[in-house]
Design a protein around this ligand. Structure first.
Ligand SMILES: *[C@@H]1O[C@H](CO)[C@@H](O)[C@H](O)[C@H]1NC(C)=O
Ligand SMILES: *[C@@H]1O[C@H](CO)[C@@H](O)[C@H](O)[C@H]1NC(C)=O
Ligand SMILES: *[C@@H]1O[C@H](CO)[C@@H](O)[C@H](O)[C@H]1NC(C)=O
Ligand SMILES: *[C@@H]1O[C@H](CO)[C@@H](O)[C@H](O)[C@H]1NC(C)=O
Ligand SMILES: *[C@@H]1O[C@H](CO)[C@@H](O)[C@H](O)[C@H]1NC(C)=O
Ligand SMILES: *[C@@H]1O[C@H](CO)[C@@H](O)[C@H](O)[C@H]1NC(C)=O
Ligand SMILES: *[C@@H]1O[C@H](CO)[C@@H](O)[C@H](O)[C@H]1NC(C)=O
Ligand SMILES: *[C@@H]1O[C@H](CO)[C@@H](O)[C@H](O)[C@H]1NC(C)=O
Ligand SMILES: *[C@@H]1O[C@H](CO)[C@@H](O)[C@H](O)[C@H]1NC(C)=O
Ligand SMILES: *[C@@H]1O[C@H](CO)[C@@H](O)[C@H](O)[C@H]1NC(C)=O
Ligand SMILES: *[C@@H]1O[C@H](CO)[C@@H](O)[C@H](O)[C@H]1NC(C)=O
Ligand SMILES: [Cu+2]
Length: 562
């Protein structure tokens, strides 16, 4: 008996190591060292021999594994011709804004030939997050998973899976992504849509590329799997399904939720979603598939990315069971999914929703245009928040704040749009915006309610808005124009979902609340890369508090210079 148990234990341990490659010893709160060499690499899994920018020659890049309370040190060495920076998406970076990563917001870029050590501690968070480049369009290929396991001895608040698997969804262009965005900026029009979606870097069998096999995820009958799903695409929200299987959704953006069952996941760029999948067939091959969600009349890459869920013992010749994805414009499927999300709000993981609001903000998000004599239409597309198209500064905002350098930004970002109008209507004919590097400044530990209101100035559209430095609670959501008198009463202040990226619905609004208990400069932007490029971004400045642990730490000595 004892011997059998020992063997079983040994096998289980080996399995876990093989799947997760967790170098996690039984030590609490340790320092984990990683080295990221940023290099060009021919991407053999993709349908081309064009070299791409990668970390350590991998696409997707290496997974970072750590436990809650660990300190992570990542030395990033830039061996490519582009300026670089890496963002640890969803990591709160308590007092360590210097390690957050958005170029010209919290640091100057790491220039070719230079290196920088990102140094941060994973406090009060566990789950799936990810890392990606935060400059130019390099995040198309410079990204990977960041898995934070619970503290040693602390279980998941859901049945322990037999195995875990990271699934990174992404987009791939035949041309260089820098050429794609530069061409769009020159014409003033929208960029070319991608040529394929990818699953863990595989384009799979797409047209003109039949030789490329997709990813195979191997499973064993009866076992359960935790899929850690990440949307690393630049511009597209995605549906995700597995033929013949249901998911139990247990976590989003590294916060536990009340589990619910669904057969379709909806995930926006920047978001992460953990689901349990039970291998409840005896044998077979089942299609895993991702396709875009877009409910506005805007062109998308409508190709479906596929991979195979393969049961152990299934003959290679077995026909794969297919699944059909929702149509691209299936708003109802997307709405049903997002409305099912509720914080777990247990004794161990309470939802600490701010009940009193110090700053009550209404920000419009949308597109506009600007004159451009050399562009196709004599105008170019821009994007804005409260009618301000953000202009990138020449040195980072965080440096400017810390060293009190004047003239880099102004702290007059408005709490409300300059004019009230029928936001979701289309009667506004003046599509111009104002340019500026404006921030909204708040005191330490103040509370913010922010209503993000979509506009129909060019066309209404779903915008996944990402806030750095904090998680927020999604307390309300609706169609049309936000009505403070009616809509505030319906807010969920008990168990709203807590996350770092939320979709502002097409022609509607979403309300979030958070506590500004992290001093620094925190970027907020649309996670559709094209909208960020066009200026749909701003920053919050959170002042230092008075207590001993309430100030931004001084910058590390190797912080890149501009
Ligand atoms: C990568 O591809 C380029 C051409 O596309 C080729 O010249 C080069 O030899 C390849 N490099 C490697 C390491 O395969
Ligand atoms: C990382 O930052 C902490 C402060 O948060 C500091 O004590 C430590 O020395 C830093 N480590 C390195 C290797 O720079
Ligand atoms: C964008 O698409 C157009 C039309 O298919 C094509 O002519 C152009 O070369 C593409 N741009 C890039 C940078 O690949
Ligand atoms: C995808 O879009 C292309 C180009 O707009 C169109 O020709 C094609 O029919 C679409 N395919 C599907 C499956 O919707
Ligand atoms: C989605 O698009 C299809 C085809 O364009 C159209 O027939 C259908 O009405 C649309 N559905 C919704 C919910 O808009
Ligand atoms: C801009 O030009 C494109 C291509 O010529 C055209 O399809 C589009 O309707 C124009 N948009 C505006 C706002 O004029
Ligand atoms: C706002 O515009 C929408 C879309 O055009 C329209 O349905 C709605 O009636 C308008 N609301 C008001 C108050 O005018
Ligand atoms: C935005 O600002 C521009 C430039 O000042 C102005 O012309 C336009 O009317 C403003 N638009 C809105 C919707 O406030
Ligand atoms: C922040 O404010 C809350 C509510 O007023 C208070 O309970 C908490 O102690 C404050 N935290 C700090 C660090 O001041
Ligand atoms: C400040 O942080 C240090 C290190 O994390 C901790 O030991 C100390 O108790 C904290 N002080 C206060 C007043 O919270
Ligand atoms: C790289 O960043 C430095 C520092 O901000 C800047 O001076 C330089 O122009 C950038 N290089 C490119 C190619 O953009
Ligand atoms: Cu957007």
């Amino acid at each position: 008996m004892a011997a059998a148990a020992a063997v079983a234990f040994g096998i289980r341990t080996m399995l876990l190591l093989a799947i997760c490659m967790l170098p996690l010893s039984s030590v609490e709160a340790m320092v984990r060292h990683y080295k990221f060499n940023v290099v060009m690499k021919n991407a053999t899994k993709l349908c081309s021999t064009k070299p791409i920018v990668t970390v350590n020659g991998k696409f997707p890049g290496p997974t970072i594994y750590a436990r809650e309370d660990d300190t992570v040190l990542v030395k990033v060495v830039n061996h490519v011709k582009y300026n670089l920076s890496i963002h640890w998406h969803g990591v709160k970076q308590l007092r360590t804004g210097w390690a957050d990563g958005p170029a010209y917001i919290t640091q100057c870029p790491i220039e070719p030939g230079q290196a920088y050590v990102y140094n941060f501690t994973l406090t009060g968070q566990r789950g799936t997050l990810w890392w990606h480049s935060h400059i130019l369009w390099l995040r198309a290929t410079v990204h990977g998973a960041l898995v934070i396991l619970p503290k040693l001895g602390v279980p998941y608040p859901f049945p322990k899976p037999n195995r875990e698997q990271v699934i990174i969804l992404s987009e791939w262009w035949k041309s260089d992504t820098e050429a794609i965005i530069n061409e769009a900026l020159k014409s003033g029009l929208a960029p070319n849509v991608s040529d394929a979606h990818t699953i863990n870097g595989h384009v799979g069998p797409i047209q003109g590329c039949s030789s490329k096999a997709g990813l195979t995820v191997k499973v064993k009958a009866g076992e359960s799997y935790l899929l850690r799903i990440i949307n690393g695409a630049l511009n597209e929200e995605l549906f995700f399904k597995v033929a013949g299987h249901k998911f139990t959704v247990v976590e989003v953006d590294a916060t536990y939720i009340k589990p619910f069952n669904t057969n379709t996941i909806v995930i926006a760029p920047g978001q992460t979603t953990n689901v349990l999948l039970k291998a409840n067939h005896k044998i077979g091959n089942f299609l895993l598939a991702a396709s875009p969600f877009m409910d506005a009349p805007i062109p998308v890459d409508n190709r479906t990315a596929t991979a195979t869920l393969h049961y152990q013992g299934t003959l290679a010749s077995t026909v794969t069971t297919l699944t059909s994805l929702p149509p691209t414009n299936a708003t109802a499927v997307s709405t049903a999914f997002t409305e099912s999300l509720r914080s777990l709000n247990s004794k161990e993981y309470p939802a600490r929703v701010p009940l009193k609001v110090d700053h009550n903000l209404l920000f419009t998000v949308g597109l506009g245009n600007a004159p451009c004599a050399t562009c196709v239409n004599g105008t170019r597309l821009v994007a804005d928040i409260n009618n301000v198209t953000f202009v990138m500064p020449k040195i980072s905002l965080l440096q400017a704040k810390f060293f009190n350098i004047k003239g880099v930004f102004t702290d007059d970002f408005s709490a409300n749009p300059p004019a009230l109008f029928n936001f979701t209507g289309s009667q506004v004919t003046n599509l111009r915006t104002t340019k500026g590097t404006r921030v909204y400044r708040v005191g330490y530990n103040s509370t913010i309610q922010l209503v993000l209101q979509d506009t129909g100035m060019i066309t209404p559209e779903n915008h996944p808005i990402h806030l750095h430095g904090f998680n927020f609670f999604v307390v309300g959501k609706g169609k049309g124009n936000f009505n403070p008198n009616k809509d505030t009463q319906k807010f969920n202040l008990v168990d709203p979902v807590e996350r770092n990226t939320v979709g502002v619905p097409f022609g509607g609004w979403v309300a979030i609340r958070f506590r500004a208990d992290n001093p620094g400069v925190w970027f907020m932007h649309c996670h559709l890369e094209i909208h960020t490029t066009w200026g749909l971004k701003m920053a919050f400045v959170v002042d230092n508090g008075k207590g001993p642990n309430e100030s931004l730490l001084p910058p590390p000595s190797d912080l890149p210079k501009c």
